[in-house]
Design a protein around this ligand. Structure first.
Ligand SMILES: NC(=O)c1ccc[n+]([C@@H]2O[C@H](COP(=O)([O-])OP(=O)(O)OC[C@H]3O[C@@H](n4cnc5c(N)ncnc54)[C@H](OP(=O)(O)O)[C@@H]3O)[C@@H](O)[C@H]2O)c1
Length: 297
């Protein structure tokens, strides 16, 4: 089976590419630079040159392969409208290319802001629909193509897909701690984040490709709820810095764009995903990874 992956050279995408290649798949990876193309070719993937604005490349990748996994994202944190527009256009382009094919279309999504006061489950539909909503409402937009014969499966990743080399949200919090001279949590730090190790997340994607029916929501969640104070304490240990509370009104001033996220209580369950896919997270926990030191090198 030949699989088109956008974002194949990214943090999650490179692990997914390795996971698929190791399990006998062929990978066609979208690459926007020479270095990304070389990295993909070096591991035995084919390369399709193009970027997210090159909708013809997305169309060609999706229509010339047996399945598509969409992981590329502009991640323009200063101007999320840019990322949201690109995300929605990519989903619509891939959805239209796959209409009537019954081929699988897995896309990345998240867990933030969907429910309050309890853990999000795979039975909770996303409340985000429009272009102006988080991720441009891409999950619901992609699911609309199921009716047109597309095998859409949404993979909701924990806000930290962690491991050695991670440059994502936890790295932002570590960098803010360095700049502040203390490791901060927001308020009493009792609000929770879920987490998943990158290797576990990559296996969810492969198993989702193999086993999930069109319209399925999967949760790549290894740990359901880690108090953010526990995360801040591990960062304080790693940097040898004091740990202290940040007033919620100062979260963005002290932590930057990640402040608003780190203040959120976003527990999420993966019980249904584990049952459906026969998947058990086996990678290190987030605190194990922090204590192992790579975030502070
Ligand atoms: N990591 C997490 O903790 C996490 C949590 C929740 C959801 N997600 C979602 O999961 C997906 C993958 O995340 P990630 O952490 O692997 O992100 P990442 O490491 O930033 O990788 C993003 C990928 O997108 C590619 N890309 C960026 N801008 C592009 C453009 N204009 N055209 C084409 N490709 C472009 C990058 O290409 P280059 O390699 O050439 O730079 C890279 O391959 C994203 O949708 C992300 O929002 C991630």
């Amino acid at each position: 089976m030949r699989v088109f992956i956008t974002g194949a050279s990214g943090w999650i995408g490179s692990a997914v590419t390795d996971e698929l290649l190791a399990n006998g798949y062929q990978v066609l990876g979208l690459a926007r630079s020479d270095s990304s193309a070389e990295a993909l070719e070096a591991k035995g993937a084919e390369v399709l040159r193009g970027d997210l604005d090159d909708l013809e490349a997305l169309r060609s990748g999706a229509s010339s392969t047996d399945a598509t996994i969409h992981l590329a994202n502009k991640h323009d944190w200063a101007n999320p409208a840019v990322s949201n527009k690109a995300e929605r256009e990519a989903v619509e382009t891939i959805g239209e290319a796959l209409a009537g094919s019954n081929r699988k279309f897995l896309l990345a999504s998240g867990v933030a802001g969907a429910v309050a006061g309890r853990a999000l489950t795979e039975n909770d539909a996303s409340p985000f629909h429009g272009l102006e909503s988080p991720r441009g409402g891409s999950e619901n937009r992609a699911l609309e193509y199921v009716e047109q014969g597309v095998g859409t499966v949404s993979v909701r990743f924990a806000p930290t897909v962690h491991g050695a080399g991670d440059q994502g949200f936890v790295k932002f919090i570590v960098d803010a701690a360095r700049a502040n001279g203390f490791s901060g949590y927001v308020g009493d730090g009792a609000n929770n984040w879920p987490a998943v190790h990158r290797s576990d997340a990559a296996r969810v994607v492969r198993l989702g490709l193999e086993k999930a029916a069109p319209g399925t929501l999967l949760h790549a969640i290894g740990e359901q709820a880690i108090p953010t104070r526990t995360i801040a304490e591990a960062i304080g240990r790693g940097l040898n810095l004091p740990v202290r509370s940040i007033d919620p009104g100062e979260a963005t001033a002290k932590l930057g764009m990640i402040g608003g996220f780190f203040a959120m209580d976003i527990p999420a369950s993966s019980a249904l995903t584990q049952q459906l896919l026969g998947w058990t997270p086996t990678g290190p926990t987030l605190v194990d990874d922090l204590d192992a030191g790579s975030y502070f090198a």
